[in-house]
Every structure is written in C-alpha cells, then in structure tokens.
Design a protein around this ligand. Structure first.
Ligand SMILES: N[C@@H](CCC(=O)N[C@@H](CS)C(=O)NCC(=O)O)C(=O)O
Length: 157
C-alpha cells in the first residue's frame, strides 16, 4: 500500500505547487501542517527529522522516505506517474496504455514546438536539455517494448 504524506504550511507557494501536482495526478495523500511562520517558526519534530538541513516545507514522505525541495518533489511525482515506466516494465494493457500516453506527450510537445528550432525559439534552453534524452529514446523504445513513431520533421522536408 502506498503512503503519501505532505508536510506543509497553509500559505506556502512551495507547498501549494506540490498539492496541485498530487491532486492533478490523482494521488491520495495525507496533509500535515508542520510549521507556523507567524509563531516563532514553530516547527514540528517530524519536519526537523524529515528535512534536517533546511528545516523547510514542503516535504513529501513516500512510504516513510522524505523528499525535500518543491521542484525536486514535482519531478519525483512526475516520475512515479511516468508513462516510460509503464512502457518498459509492464506488459499487456498497462504497457499499451503507457505507449498511448507517451504518444500523447509527443504530440503535445510537437504542437508546442511548432516550427521553432527550440522551445524558446532560437535559443537552446533548460526544457530542451531536460526533454531530449527522454523524448528521443526511439531506438531503445523500439527494442524494449516495440514502440515506434512515424515521424517526419517538417523543418527538414
Ligand atoms: N526552495 C524551497 C523553499 C521552501 C521555503 O522557503 N519554505 C518556507 C515556507 S514558504 C519555509 O519552510 N520556511 C521556514 C524557514 O524559513 O525556516 C522549496 O522550493 O521547497
């Protein structure tokens, strides 16, 4: 059974962004208020134990293991709900579902990219670096789970 707990402070944007990701992904979680910024930074033992370096929220505790830093948590949530994992590790219907999800991601990215060279236009950026190794695993995907896409880049036609 998966146990997911979010440690937070009600007004923190770093906590809100994690709540949004959990709700959007449909991941059930328990929420605990563990700091009061307006009351001498009153921090719970659970927070101090879970994030001993920075002692800040947000912290996500997944099956007893804490993950700190909101952007890292968002990446973690994305990875556990990742279609790549379904394609590579599962079989049958779940695997086929993963392939369809991945196809949908590629369509979405292609739409976003349009006829630009990079996501920011002419400038190579963070999003390009982050996505290239994931979206361009064509050879590996074909070999591991018989996933291939028909693709012709409009820029080179
Ligand atoms: N980079 C951190 C920032 C977290 C942060 O600043 N959290 C504030 C609440 S908004 C906090 O816990 N403050 C407690 C403190 O400063 O000791 C993240 O993205 O998670």
């Amino acid at each position: 059974m998966e146990q997911v707990m979010l440690l937070g402070f009600w007004i923190s944007p770093y906590v809100t962004r994690v709540k949004i990701a959990l709700l959007e992904k449909g991941i059930k979680f328990q929420y605990k208020e563990v700091v009061d910024i307006f009351e001498n930074l009153n921090k719970s033992h659970l927070l101090l134990r879970s994030n001993p370096i920075h002692e800040k929220v947000s912290v996500l505790i997944h099956n007893g293991k804490p993950i700190c830093e909101s952007l890292i948590i968002l990446q973690y949530i994305d990875e556990i709900a990742d279609c790549g994992r379904k394609m590579w590790v599962s079989k049958g219907e779940v695997q086929e579902g993963g392939k369809e999800e991945f196809r949908e991601c590629l369509r979405l990215l292609e739409n976003e990219l349009g006829d630009k060279l990079y996501f920011e236009g002419d400038r190579f950026g963070l999003l390009d670096t982050a996505l290239i190794p994931i979206t361009c695993r064509f050879y590996t995907n074909d070999n591991i789970c018989k996933f291939s896409v028909e693709y012709q880049c409009p820029r080179f036609m």
